[in-house]
Each structure stands twice: as C-alpha cells, then as structure tokens.
Design a protein around this ligand. Structure first.
Ligand code: ZN
Length: 161
C-alpha cells in the first residue's frame, strides 16, 4: 500500500476500503474533511450491507444526543435523570478503553510490594473500589443506581423519557 493511502477493513464482512491517510487529529478541533469523507463512506457501506448494525448506531446516537441535551439541565424527575444516566453509562462502557485489571492482579502486585494480611486486603479493596468507580461496575454500575432508585421510589421505574 502507498504511503498516502491506507486500507480500512469492515469487521463484519472483511470488505476492504482504500482511502487517503488522515493527519494526526488535533484535540478540540472538528474532524477534518478527509475524516468526514471516510466516515461517510463507511456509513454508506453499513447502510447497504449491515442494516442491523446501522440501526443500533442510530439508536445509540439518539441516546448520545439525549445525553448531550439533558447535560445542560437539572431535573426534579428522578426517573428522567436515571434514564439519561443509564444511556450515559452505556456509552461510557462502550467507549472506554478495554483495559482489564482483575482483583487477583491487584492483590499480586501489592504482595510484590511487600504488603500482606489485613493491610494487603484493605489496600486491595480500596483500589478495587476506585477501579469499580471509574469503570462504573459493581455498586457504581447503572444497574445498582437503578436498583437504588427503585428502592427509594418503592415502585416501577419509567426508563423511557
Ligand atoms: Zn461490511
């Protein structure tokens, strides 16, 4: 492949597309016309070959749009706030880097640092809690948040805005 062109492959059907390489993106700037053109072409491929996936993308885009709109408001409606927090949490899970830090790896690293017994367990639990807070897992998950709203309202939760 030439230095000015790059191949992008569909992960669903392995079809290959050749396009101009893009410049290193600048954080805070809108995507370049080259990026917009490439994304438009890839979208056309999804629309023509992968209808189910493009429908999921449209649904997620709607959730993201709703999140962006509601991020400029505060509401007394706990259920409305929960609906958009669930949408936000789904986007967070989908877009975060896939880095896994298992509990065992944390304990193993602390043991290598010389910690043991209760100290190791307490420090490990603290690190696990911080990890779960950033990853929005366990007691920090959207599901846990939803359960807490249900318990507070003692009734069914309306999750659609
Ligand atoms: Zn494809």
């Amino acid at each position: 492949m030439s230095e000015t062109k790059a191949v992008t492959e569909c992960t669903l059907c392995a079809q290959k597309f050749s396009a101009d390489r893009v410049e290193i993106p600048v954080i805070g700037e809108a995507p370049s016309s080259t990026i917009i053109r490439i994304v438009h072409g890839l979208k056309k491929h999804l629309e023509s070959k992968h209808g189910r996936e493009i429908n999921v993308i449209k649904e997620l885009s709607q959730n993201f749009y709703g999140y962006l709109v509601t991020s400029h408001f505060q509401t007394e409606d706990v259920h409305l706030g929960l609906a958009f927090d669930i949408a936000r949490a789904g986007l967070h899970k989908m877009t975060r880097r896939p880095i896994q830090v298992p509990d065992g790896a944390i304990r193993e690293q602390l043991a290598k640092m010389g910690l043991s017994g209760d100290t190791l367990q307490n420090v490990a639990q603290y690190i696990i809690n911080v990890r779960d807070a950033y990853d929005e897992e366990g007691i920090f998950s959207a599901e846990a948040h939803r359960e807490s709203v249900i318990q507070q309202s003692q009734g069914p939760v309306l999750v659609t805005p």
